[in-house]
Write a protein of this length. Sequence first.
Length: 247
Amino acid sequence: MKSIKSKKKLILLTVLAIIAVAIASFTYYVSDYYRADNTAIAALTSTDSYNVVNNDDSITFTPTGNKSTTGVIIYPGAKVQAEAYSVIASKFAKNGYTTIIVKMPFNLAFFGVNKADDVIASHKEISSWVIIGHSLGGVFASEYAVGHQDKIKGVIYLASYPSSNASNATFKALSIRGSLDGLTTSNDISQNLNKFPANTTFITIDGGNHYNFGDYGVQAGDNNSTITREKQQNKTIDYILEFLKNL
């Protein structure tokens, strides 16, 4: 009897030890993330063109004038601080589009796929929505859009692609990647080409890379770009603004 109890106790202690190690490993993994740089932090200040509200769940850029009835939602890349996308968000707001960057649990969109629900519910003045996702954020932005085609009119994949089939989706889509992207390669795009919405426009920015879509420094595994971060972002913004106008 004592032997059986000892074995059960040993099994319990082993299971608890495994759980403790898993929790510690996960905590370490999510605590090591890419933080917004000074350029991104500076863009979080309200201006004459837009107001910024930064809370626990999201960062909202609201235009002060000429507001569009189309809103923009941004899903950050994996382990990237939401504030890192404030520069591109501010540019959309300057052009009249209310733009919301979603703050994901643990900086991972996997844990906040349906975060857009709260955004949409909080902005009744917006009649149509476009969702942008960078890297892994684009995977889950696509997942959300496929399941909410009554709400989402467009999806923009920044250095990203759908992991599940979105080919029959009714929304329009735009795919933008840098030619030197070392994390989302041209091969990744081609291997998942049949999963993109049928109405997708594909754009490759010559000399661009993966991390230049945000402002969070250099990302491990990526290639250096041959154009500046500012130039890559400006080209990206121009392509997206054209996409928004033609929805």
